[in-house]
Design a protein. Structure first.
Length: 255
């Protein structure tokens, strides 16, 4: 993926990693369209960051995804990068069946949402000379945090989906890149924004942008901090990684 000159649509970018990445990409000379469910947040972003475009989208609603995609393609026919940022993370206890509603919502948002987005853009992207689908998994796709089973599973699914799509789309102009965040200081979980063991948001986005710029053909965007989780099995210390991840810090101090 080139660092500049793109038209980028980022659903789920009204806060956290998504918004920080959107602003960093805009600074590098890209046209950026931010998507989100809450109109008031979109209006606030547009007012505070002139030049950032917005569109309302709810990735849990198939009709909303299709309508938003049609709107984006109509207004920005050069759109050539999709970053499937929208996601949710919740603590669950599977000792009792009341986890089910949470689990269904996580899978709908984190797995069906990206699938719907890709379906809405993949044909358009194949008509372009160069396009990128950037999926968003997690270090937890590779080592489980005990208290977030559905989230871990959803991100493992995104990893394998990314691997497979890269094979299927190899005969097209569409690249598939997987962003693999560690624990970052955002509001993904309560208290995570103030968690000293999570990576500062600015540092994370700076390193991501550096990787994109320095490794434009990278298939996986991995900051150094996530490699502890990503390669535990390959290194042969997977059990130790899981034990460290599920220590005293509920958010995974070594993620």
């Amino acid at each position: 993926m080139d660092i500049t000159g793109n038209t980028v649509f980022i659903p789920g970018a009204t806060s956290g990693i998504g918004l920080a990445l959107a602003l960093a990409l805009k600074e590098r000379g890209n046209t950026v369209i931010v998507g989100g469910r809450r109109t008031e947040l979109l209006e606030k972003i547009a007012a505070e960051h002139p030049g950032v475009e917005t569109v309302r989208i709810d990735t849990t609603d198939a009709g909303s995804v299709q309508a938003a995609a049609e709107d984006v393609i109509a207004r920005f026919p050069a759109v050539n990068v999709l970053i499937t940022m929208a996601g949710v993370m919740r603590v669950e206890d599977w000792h009792r069946p009341d986890f089910l509603e949470s689990a269904e919502n996580i899978i709908t948002t984190n797995v069906l949402g990206p699938i719907r987005l890709i379906a809405a853009f993949v044909e358009h992207f194949q008509s372009l000379p160069d396009a990128t689908i950037m999926t968003v998994s997690s270090g937890l796709a590779f080592a489980p945090l005990k208290v977030t089973p559905s989230y871990n599973a959803s991100k493992a699914a995104i990893h394998m989906l990314s691997e497979t799509l890269r094979l299927q789309l190899a005969d097209t102009t569409v690249k598939v890149v997987e962003l693999e965040p560690p624990s970052v200081q955002t509001d993904l979980l309560p208290g995570q924004a103030d968690n000293d063991h999570a990576m500062p948001l600015d540092s994370y986005v700076t390193e991501v942008m550096s990787i994109i710029e320095g490794q434009p053909d990278a298939r996986e965007i991995q900051v150094e901090r996530v490699k502890f989780l990503r390669y535990g099995e390959a290194r042969g210390d997977y059990d130790q990684v899981v034990a460290a991840l599920n220590g005293s810090d509920p958010h995974g101090r070594l993620e």
